[in-house]
Write a protein that binds this ligand. Structure first.
Ligand code: ME8
Length: 528
């Protein structure tokens, strides 16, 4: 940990619906935010990392009724599953917000009232497709073959009294935010938002309903509950204590540095959330990082297709860090990423078992075999050294840049370029040949020291991404916690010249591809 305080850093995941168990998609955003939070802490920032669950709405009410439990009981059970997964995956969130928490409810009611008093919320009429038996409103796009997506029966055109949030006053400022600032990442997505939503005229947003009760009541009109987005989006400020007495972190942490979401909810975060903040006269978040979908073999993951990837199952088989690595390494910011068990296993084998794991185990084994575990302190430079050393010295700056831009795939690619370079350095320098010649002992020690330094820098930077395994790698190469700092990750020559290594457990065991594919296919079949 660095003592130099670089200021604050506030990062958020979406708050997920606890209407079903978390899957690999939820895991991706949470792991990505966790890695950035850990990296920023390592850099010396005072970090607030927020995640949570979005627990109100008709869907939860219906699911709870089907199960014969109260909505609160229903969400409590699923929230426990989310929290358990996050613990297993090493998610270091600082705060977990549940929209059913009293302090959030209190703040949302005040925010709604404030928007109403300022004239941005007004009462009107909501028109939509209504399924009478299900007592549910649906939008045209939610209908399946023109019928209710839940029960398949006919729907009727119906009206309901509702409150609306005025979007039009913010159109110009929103367009500027998207096209003239670097709020949106990747910025290329601004075009679709401007063309599809701003140019045709922003529609006012329905923000209350009277047709269900599992929600936050409007204080001045109790038959209305506040409808999803005002409740959900506000979490980013209520979790800091905005308009509630629970926390006192709003002044310190707002505005957020990064909100990370997938493209499904980009519109809400790129248009509605900034508009709400503008209406409240609050500062806007600095960046919205939008990633693509994880699909399963190119198909959308869905319960009915039986292709929902359970990160817990994968973590238990291959280790949480291997899963963390794989999903971050596969997803380029802004693009979709097709998940396949085969690609995952091959990547774990090639990058983690053969690439990183092998580099550590070979290097440690050679220090033990040729020097009894502790290097001699004499050095002799040779061919190939300068190339490796300049990569060691330059890595941190490159990774910093990518983390700053939320391009985690590139950050990992960069680190693994050094890992590959170090493995190649072994082939080039042939330590086993040097070991045969007593006069080459100093050269051999130099080669091994350089390898240990490459591992130290890679493992220190990787510890933000794979927090369970990297401390073990560092321990094996004789790097203490004091040495494994961010400052040192930008330097060559940190390990003591007479460093002592210790053989440890295999960091990433090699996976038997065929056997595992079969086991996973079997698992999917049984759970479909
Ligand atoms: O939308 N690929 O909750 P949600 C990648 N409650 N990411 C995925 C994914 C996939 N296949 N599936 C889910 C909601 N995600 C609202 C949010 S925020 C104020 C309210 C991730 O449970 C991704 O981050 O449907 C996506 O944006 C989010 O889960 C949607 O979660």
């Amino acid at each position: 940990m660095c003592n130099c305080n670089k200021g604050k850093f506030y990062i958020t995941t979406p708050i997920y619906y606890p209407s079903g168990n978390p899957h690999i998609g939820h895991c991706y955003t949470t792991v990505a935010c966790d890695s950035i939070a850990r990296y920023k802490r390592m850099q010396g920032y005072d970090v607030m990392f927020l995640t949570g669950t979005d627990e109100h709405g008709l869907k939860i009410e219906t699911k709870a009724a089907e199960k014969g439990v109260t909505p609160q009981e229903y969400v409590d059970e699923i929230v426990a599953i989310f929290k358990n997964l996050w613990e297993y995956m090493g998610i270091s969130y600082d705060r977990y917000i549940r929209t059913t928490d009293d302090y959030h409810v209190e703040s949302v009611q005040k925010i709604f009232k404030e928007l109403y008093d300022r004239g941005y919320i007004y009462k009107g009429e909501y028109t939509g497709k209504y399924c009478t038996p299900c007592e549910s409103f649906w939008t045209e796009s939610q209908l399946v073959d023109g019928k209710c997506p839940d029960c398949g029966r006919d729907v009727i055109e119906a009206k309901e009294e509702a409150y609306f949030f005025k979007m039009s006053p913010f159109a110009d400022r929103l367009e500027k935010l998207l096209t003239e600032t670097d709020y949106l990442r990747p910025k290329t997505r601004a075009v679709e938002l401007v063309n599809n939503f701003i140019k045709p005229g922003l529609e006012d947003l329905c923000v209350s309903r009277t047709s269900f009760t599992w929600g936050i009541p409007v204080t001045f009109d109790e038959k209305h509950v506040i409808y999803v987005w005002v409740d959900a989006l506000s979490n980013y400020i209520t979790a800091l204590g905005y308009l509630n007495g629970k926390y006192d972190d709003y002044d310190k942490f707002w505005p957020a540095d990064v909100h990370m979401v997938a493209k499904d909810i980009m519109r809400f975060h790129a248009l509605i959330w900034p508009a709400m903040l503008m209406a409240l006269d609050l500062p806007l978040p600095k960046h919205l990082a939008v990633h693509g979908w994880i699909t399963f073999n190119g198909q959308k993951m869905s319960k009915s297709l039986g292709n929902v990837v359970d990160p817990m199952i994968l973590g238990q088989r291959y280790g949480a860090d291997a899963i963390r690595y794989h999903i971050m390494r596969e997803m380029a910011l802004g693009a979709d990423s097709s998940f396949s068990n085969e690609i995952m296993i091959n990547r774990i084998n090639s990058d983690l078992a053969n690439g990183f794991g092998n580099l550590v185990s070979r290097t440690v084994a050679m220090v033990i075999k040729y020097f009894g575990g502790s290097l001699i302190t004499d050095r002799e430079e040779g061919e190939f050294d300068s190339d490796l050393i300049s990569m060691i010295e330059g890595l941190r700056e490159k990774v910093d840049g990518y983390v700053e831009e939320t391009q985690l795939q590139n950050a990992l690619t960069e680190i693994f370029t050094l890992v590959a370079r170090a493995n190649k350095y072994i082939d080039e320098t042939e330590p086993w040949v040097l070991a045969k010649d007593e006069t080459k002992k100093t050269r051999l020690a130099t080669v091994l020291y350089n390898l240990l330094e490459a591992i130290r820098v890679s493992a220190t930077l990787l510890s933000a991404f794979m927090p369970a395994t990297m401390p073990k790698a560092l321990e094996q190469i004789g790097c203490t916690e004091e040495m494994a700092t961010y400052e040192n990750a930008g330097k060559y020559g940190v390990l003591p010249a007479d460093v002592t290594v210790t053989k440890g457990e295999v960091l990433f065991p090699r996976i038997d591809v065929d056997k595992e594919i079969e086991a996973l296919n079997e698992f999917i079949k049984n759970n479909a």
